[in-house]
Design a protein around this ligand. Structure first.
Ligand code: HEM
Length: 299
């Protein structure tokens, strides 16, 4: 029998097993807090929020796999992309179920709310999209659909935009976390627009960080301008000083720049390993040295 934590030959895949064990934790913790009455006076509403947040987070993490795999040169990440996407679907489905529970199981009322409330309609369309990606994520579907599979699964990016929009609308004027997530999403989209030969180059990560930070500040400005009576220029100006604490755009720059440092660190480490290997072979002249140039990995 094929299980997710083993490959086709039955060998254990520890990384995949660890991720599989980790993804249900936010849901289990939410259920545990509920049983301990730690979700406040409206536990169902709190659980809807918590599970919805994790649906968006897992969707974003699934979308981050491709850029991170390329940037970190870490092939194993691909092993868990499908699992992360399915996790986002599972959390989004529980989120909808909890909403139905909150409405005392009145499914017709739930359906009419989804039709009449714009942000629920967006959430529903996102969920339908995730279901379409989920049911076509089996090996058999990938084989059967050929190139069409890739085209269909590109839908994951517009679904990311819809999920963020649903998140923004329901967050109203408290949009710090959605702005932060949107900034990281912009970083991923900009990375994808780069020519393939630039995607691994460390030189592009600094401009990418700055651009995604600016985009986060711009999105925040636009949101306040269009949906609230709060002066958007004052919100924008808060990004120029640290007097009001760190703004979401600052966190976007810090996170993406931190990622660039991790990538640089990993490449230096790989370079050092190769250098040590090369030195070892030179000290033993009879061993053929068929070692790749260490400098290549430092690009
Ligand atoms: C039929 C589908 C959906 C329905 C009916 C639904 C319903 C809701 C409701 C009722 C809320 C709380 C609103 C409030 O208390 O004011 C909410 C919030 C949220 N939903 Fe959905 N949703 C759906 C789909 C999705 C999907 C697919 C995602 C993500 C992939 C998602 C992510 C979120 C997030 C992140 C929040 C905000 C959580 C927070 O700010 O704490 N939802 N949704």
């Amino acid at each position: 029998m094929i299980v997710p934590w083993r490959d086709r030959r039955g060998r254990l895949l520890p990384f995949k097993a660890a991720v599989l064990a980790a993804v249900p934790i936010p849901g289990i913790l939410t259920a545990f807090w509920w049983t301990q009455s730690e979700l406040g006076a409206r536990p169902v509403t709190e659980a809807i929020h918590e599970i919805g947040l994790w649906a968006v987070r897992f969707l974003m993490i699934a979308l981050a796999v491709t850029p991170l795999r390329a940037a970190l040169d870490w092939g194993k990440l691909l092993l868990v992309r499908r699992m992360l996407g399915l996790t986002a679907l599972a959390y989004a489905s529980i989120h909808l179920t909890l909403y139905a529970v909150q409405q005392n199981g009145r499914l017709l009322f739930v359906a009419s709310e989804i039709v009449h409330r714009f942000y629920l309609t967006i959430g529903f369309v996102t969920l339908l999209g995730l279901i379409a990606l989920g049911v076509t994520s089996t090996d058999a579907a990938i084989r059967r659909m050929g190139r069409g599979w890739k085209r269909l699964h590109r839908l994951a990016y517009p679904l990311g935009v819809l999920a963020l929009l649903h998140y923004f609308i329901q967050s109203k004027a408290k949009v710090s976390e959605p702005v932060f997530v949107a900034g990281l999403f912009v970083w991923m989209m900009l990375w994808r627009l780069l020519p393939a030969s630039w995607q691994r180059s460390l030189l592009v990560y600094l401009p990418l960080s700055v651009l995604s930070g600016l985009a986060a500040a711009g999105i925040e400005f636009g949101w306040y301008a269009v949906t609230t009576h709060i002066d958007p220029w004052r919100v924008l100006a808060a990004n120029e000083t640290l007097r009001y604490g760190l703004r979401p755009a600052h966190y976007v720059v810090m996170t993406t720049f931190g990622l660039a440092l991790v990538i640089a660190g990993r490449r230096l480490w790989v370079w050092r390993q190769r250098f040590v290997q090369l030195r070892g072979r030179q000290d033993r002249p009879n061993v053929p040295h068929e070692v790749a140039s260490p400098v290549r990995s430092l690009r």
